[in-house]
Design a protein around this ligand. Structure first.
Ligand code: NAP
Length: 245
């Protein structure tokens, strides 16, 4: 059996870097992508020091030419892709809950957030789908968030009820819709796609206030990337448990 190949977006730091490390430690070749070449190459050097078979590919997920280049590169070098972790994400609101709401959100915040967290995921994934279909067990992991849950946002008793950052939350809800629709479109193939909530994780995005260490924050992504043939598709999962959409 040929070696598994995984591509992780936004893998220069945070949950993406840790996901690359944990997949690499399982003997998978990891294509570390990042929009900044210096940061991406530094991440690859760190991974190689840990014995991981890693290589860098520059990919700004919002750049159409980068997406085409990514397809061409993997197609020419490997002819298939086993794992795609759509990890890159942004949260552009200032985090001052209550000041950047559905009533006050700017067009810029909405466009910027949806471009990275939603449109680019759809465009990159659809471009790479022919390569994922060439794998024996293609796996797509979409890094969503519990903040994308409509069920929890509409429930005053839920733990996230007060945490309303409209652009970010709505972008993850849209991403969840893509997961559901794509799983339906892939029914009958060997490719599975799921949404992951990593937990509230200590990263630049999650902040130092987060309770979860990054080593644990990558575990949901890694588990979904390694699902066996009996595993779920079209689900929204944190630490092995389904979340309500
Ligand atoms: P992070 O440390 O801020 O890392 C985000 C990564 O995304 C960085 O590598 C960043 O690159 C990259 N990125 C942003 N825009 C990009 C673009 N246009 N092209 C390529 N890469 C881009 O955040 P994180 O906490 O690890 O988040 C990873 C994912 O988990 C995100 O999708 C986030 O929404 C999700 N998530 C995180 C938490 C949490 O508590 N941390 C909770 C729920 C969901 P640069 O270094 O160049 O900026």
């Amino acid at each position: 059996m040929s070696k598994k190949i995984a591509l992780i977006t936004g893998a220069n730091k945070g949950i993406g870097f840790e996901t690359a490390k944990q997949l690499g430690q399982k003997g998978i070749t990891v294509i570390v992508t990042a929009r900044n070449a210096a940061n991406g190459n530094a991440a690859v050097t760190d991974l190689q020091k840990e014995g991981v078979d890693a290589e860098f590919l520059q990919l700004d997920v919002t750049n159409a030419a980068d997406i085409q280049h990514t397809f061409d590169y993997i197609n020419n070098k490997y002819g298939k892709l086993d794992i795609l972790v759509n990890n890159a994400g942004i949260q552009v609101e200032d985090g001052d809950w209550g000041t950047n709401t559905a009533a006050t959100v700017t067009a810029e915040a909405l466009h910027k957030t949806f471009e990275t967290n939603f449109f680019s995921v759809v465009l990159l994934t659809n471009k790479l789908l022919p390569l994922l279909k060439k794998s024996d067990a293609g796996r797509i992991v979409n890094l969503s968030s519990i903040l994308g849950s409509q069920a929890l946002h509409s429930n005053p008793n839920s733990p996230i009820y007060a945490s309303k950052l409209f652009a970010y939350d709505a972008s993850k809800t849209a991403l969840n819709a893509y997961t559901i629709h794509l799983a339906a479109a892939l029914a009958g193939t060997s490719v599975k796609v799921n949404s992951a909530h990593p937990g509230w994780v200590k990263t630049d995005l999650g902040s130092d206030a987060a309770p979860m260490e990054v080593v644990d924050g990558a575990k949901t992504s890694v588990a979904l990337a390694l699902l066996d043939a009996d595993g779920p598709s079209g689900k929204y999962i944190h630490a092995g448990q389904e979340l309500p959409w």
